[in-house]
Design a protein around this ligand. Structure first.
Ligand code: CO
Length: 134
């Protein structure tokens, strides 16, 4: 079902400081920040060639990463995103296997304009997994 790693998302309290840390200390190619109000985050992308790291800072009132940062004030790995060919088929299979899908249970448009869904961390060893259709 899974075909590769799309990204690792890390929640950070200060996006500019985090971007600079990756750029200056690790020599990483880091994008300019973009705001994604519909997802409640500001993001920079750390380019890794075949994958990327997304550094996320909360944006707006109901950011999905605000609670996470309350519990982890210095930041931390928020989720990993794995690619699948067919998200509808993946969703069907996972549900029939008893894996819990967050929210409505249906895929919705993700931050990269592709359908995504999130699997319950309790079903995957306390790791939030995002599935994204390739
Ligand atoms: Co993601």
């Amino acid at each position: 079902m899974i075909k590769g790693l799309n990204h690792i998302a890390i929640a950070v309290p200060d996006l500019a400081a985090a971007a600079s840390q990756y750029r200056e200390r690790l020599g990483a190619v880091v994008s300019e920040p973009t705001e994604q109000p519909e997802h409640g985050v500001s993001v920079v992308f750390v380019e890794l060639g075949n994958s990327k790291i997304e550094l996320l800072e909360p944006l707006g009132e109901n950011s999905p990463i605000a609670k996470f940062l309350e519990r982890n004030p210095q930041g931390g790995i928020h989720h990993i995103c794995l690619e699948v060919d067919d998200i509808t088929a993946a969703s069907k299979k996972l549900k029939s296997d008893g894996v819990r899908i967050l929210g409505s249970g249906e895929a919705k448009m993700g931050a990269h304009g592709k359908p995504v869904l999130f699997l319950h961390p309790k079903d995957f060893f306390s790791t939030l997994i995002e599935l994204e259709q390739k």
